[in-house]
Write a new protein. Structure first.
Length: 194
């Protein structure tokens, strides 16, 4: 499995590499591969370019240049996606879809019948962050993915980012996760166990 080619995918990868640290960049790429593999294993069709661009942008509003002090990171990330994809010349409907994927990845599960790409971003991020749904992926695929895109202390740094969001924006989805057992599940992700 490869990342999609083309101007949009290359630009999203470049921006993510430039603004995210290596751990967050690798998470974004792993999220794409987990979601794409989940769809392929089920014979599901999806928009690879849209999904890849959204995967690479989905957490950039957690980094200082794009962090909003008033808006939840996924909402700010949606706005960032609209601006980014406008620069690519995407039509309004496609820009809206990129933003929607990023916003919905922090909401309750979305059925693939309703919104395939949003579901794939939820599947990919859930597997990579907290290990939720990892049993759906072949252990050799998981090992190869982590070898190619190492974790680099991702779990601890990501929990720290969410704790910061929760403290500054107590009504956001990140705060709800921090209030539960999400941080413990994230730091116990089997992907970090080798």
């Amino acid at each position: 499995m490869r990342v999609p080619g083309g101007r949009a995918a290359e630009a999203a990868q470049l921006v993510c590499e430039e603004y995210a640290d290596a751990a967050l960049y690798h998470h974004s790429v792993r999220s794409y591969f987990f979601g794409a593999a989940w769809a392929e294993d089920r014979g599901l069709d999806f928009d690879r370019e849209l999904f890849f661009v959204s995967s690479l942008l989905h957490d950039l509003a957690l980094v200082p240049p794009f962090d909003s002090h008033t808006v939840a990171f996924e909402e700010a990330g949606g706005h960032l996606a609209r601006v980014f994809t406008a620069g690519l010349g995407w039509p309004a409907e496609r820009r809206d879809r990129a933003a929607e994927l990023i916003v919905l990845h922090m909401r309750d599960d979305v059925s693939p019948e309703v919104d395939m790409e949003s579901r794939l971003l939820q599947v990919g991020t859930s597997a990579d962050v907290s290990g939720s749904g990892l049993e759906a992926f072949d252990p050799s695929f998981r090992r190869a993915l982590v070898e190619t895109y190492p974790r680099l202390g991702f779990a601890k740094s990501f929990v720290d980012l969410f704790q910061d969001q929760a403290e500054r924006k107590p009504g956001c989805a990140a705060a709800d996760l921090i209030a539960g057992d999400w941080a413990e599940r994230t730091t116990s992700n089997p992907l970090d166990q080798g």
